[in-house]
Write a protein that binds this ligand. Structure first.
Ligand SMILES: [Zn+2]
Ligand SMILES: [Zn+2]
Length: 490
């Protein structure tokens, strides 16, 4: 009953009337309508989705695809044009003006990173400059190019690479975190002097919204479907093989150890032999990315990043992040002292926010990733669904710890009144920025599917059935099987 790859090849070869010589050429199959969950590694059938429908994994409930109701190209393009205008305007206008005893100082977005550079904290200045100025510009520019490529009838060959890089670089644009950093800095400054908020603050807040809107209306899955799949591809050993297409509803579920999904575009391929988790199998015929079941050193790399983060965690919390000099007082502040000071000044919500973002989040990240890595090394199957969800949360909230680094960069830029009032950055800030960046790298290099592999959940099951993604509407209503458009009808 189960149609194997060799039976399918024989049928195709007979049907096409090829010679024996052609039949000897190896084939790989790409399977439409089959997806691999990036959270748990389950291969499952994906029905064609209608606008407003959302498909989630049958095993770990992670969202697999979400078809937007808005226009797939025009809506993100409109938000992207707005982002571009807001970005340029924010760069050209002033962020804040501080007035201390009649002496004024106005700063822009660029001043913070420049002052850190001047003070000798080059790494931190560079980091702030990259995530608040360089990365947003690159991300907006790339989005324009991607939308242009997707609007063409034949998607150009550079477009897939751009889309892959967009997804890698997007988390480095931290405009939304910077907005909160400005807010915390403003609250600290009103204590000291008269502060005028410049137009750049409102422009950045609007930029945060338009960039989020671009991402939430962009349907990368639809863009990938628009890209043609090449008919010949290269294997890892340089051998060229033919690519054939089949729909999952035309065949029985292939053995899962023969299946591999492209890590960049998600295209599922079936090989004639079992694929090991460790080796690269070849190039993706759709996006030309190297294809492997799990990334190389998928456990060693996050472990190394995490250990480095733990080492930096102690100086980050024990050393002062900044020193505040003012007439009649001042001194060094560690991160926890900063949060306590806000509390004592009556800014309870803000103090809780700083405490949560700077103390709880880094600790939560280190502890959860540590738990996940140890559980994976040990092959534990305890709380797999919860661990996968926790990983998702850790992955999303990690960037918010940058609030303190941004706040220091703004204070250093704006409070420069020599003997009257002055803020300088300290070594604690560099260690803290290192903890944030190292835990971000640890989370990005960790593959949650490894937890399921280690627990033996992704092994081929005897007579293993075919799971199907769970489809519901955006507001949570279940979509009945009959209501769904069957693949092929779309
Ligand atoms: Zn899953
Ligand atoms: Zn691909």
């Amino acid at each position: 009953m189960s149609e194997t790859i060799s039976a399918r090849t024989t049928r195709l070869v007979r049907g096409a009337g090829w010679s024996r010589r052609t039949a000897a050429l190896r084939h790989v199959w790409t399977i439409d309508g089959l997806v691999e969950c990036s959270g748990c590694g389950l291969f499952q059938r994906m029905p064609a989705l209608e606008p407003g429908h959302l498909a989630s994994c049958a095993r770990c409930q992670q969202t697999l695809e979400w078809r937007r109701r808005t226009s797939p190209l025009q809506t993100p393009l409109a938000f992207c044009i707005s982002s571009c205008a807001l970005y340029l305007a924010a760069l050209a206008s002033s962020l804040m003006t501080l007035d201390v005893y009649g002496r004024e100082r106005t700063v822009s977005l660029l001043t913070g990173p420049m002052e850190l550079l001047h003070e000798g904290w080059g790494e931190a200045g560079l980091l702030v400059g990259i995530v608040t100025i360089v990365a947003p510009a690159i991300v907006i520019g790339m989005m324009f190019a991607i939308l242009y490529a997707a609007s063409r009838r034949q998607m150009p060959d550079w477009a897939p690479h751009l889309l892959i890089w967009y997804e890698k670089l997007r988390p480095w644009s931290m405009v939304e975190v910077y907005v909160l950093g400005i807010f915390v800095a403003y609250t600290k400054l009103t204590d000291l002097a008269h502060v005028d908020v410049g137009p750049a603050v409102y422009l950045i807040a609007a930029l945060m919204l338009t960039m989020a809107a671009t991402d939430s209306t962009l349907d990368t899955e639809l863009i990938w479907q628009h890209r043609r799949v090449e008919s010949i591809t290269r294997m890892e050993n340089g051998e060229r093989v033919r690519v054939r297409h089949v729909r999952i509803d035309e065949i029985d579920m292939p053995p899962v150890d023969h299946l591999v999904a492209c890590p960049a575009c998600g295209l599922v391929g079936e090989l004639s032999r079992p694929v090991s988790n460790l080796q690269c199998v070849g190039m993706c015929p759709r996006c030309d990315h190297r294809v492997w079941r799990r990334a190389p050193q998928a456990l060693a790399r996050p472990t190394a990043f995490l250990i480095s983060a733990v080492i930096c965690y102690f100086p980050a919390n024990l050393l002062p992040v900044m020193t505040f000099f003012k007439i009649g007082g001042g001194g060094g502040h560690t991160i926890i002292e900063g949060a306590i000071e806000l509390w004592q000044d009556g800014m309870v919500p803000l103090s809780l926010l700083v405490f949560f973002a700077s103390i709880v989040v880094p600790m939560l990240k280190i502890l959860s990733l540590g738990w996940m890595l140890i559980a994976t090394w040990r092959g534990s199957s305890f709380a797999l669904v919860q661990r996968t969800r926790l990983f998702h949360v850790v992955d999303i909230i990690g960037r918010w710890s940058m609030i303190d680094v941004f706040m220091v960069s703004i204070l250093v830029a704006v409070v420069r009144f020599n003997s009257l009032a002055n803020v300088t950055a300290n070594a604690g800030m560099v260690s803290f920025a290192a903890v944030v960046v190292l835990t971000l790298f640890a989370a990005w290099s960790f593959d949650p599917r490894l937890m399921w592999d280690a627990a033996g959940q992704n092994r081929p099951a005897p007579g293993g059935g075919q799971a199907s993604a769970v489809v519901r509407t955006r507001d949570g209503h279940a979509v009945a099987e009959t209501e769904m458009m069957e693949p092929g009808q779309a």
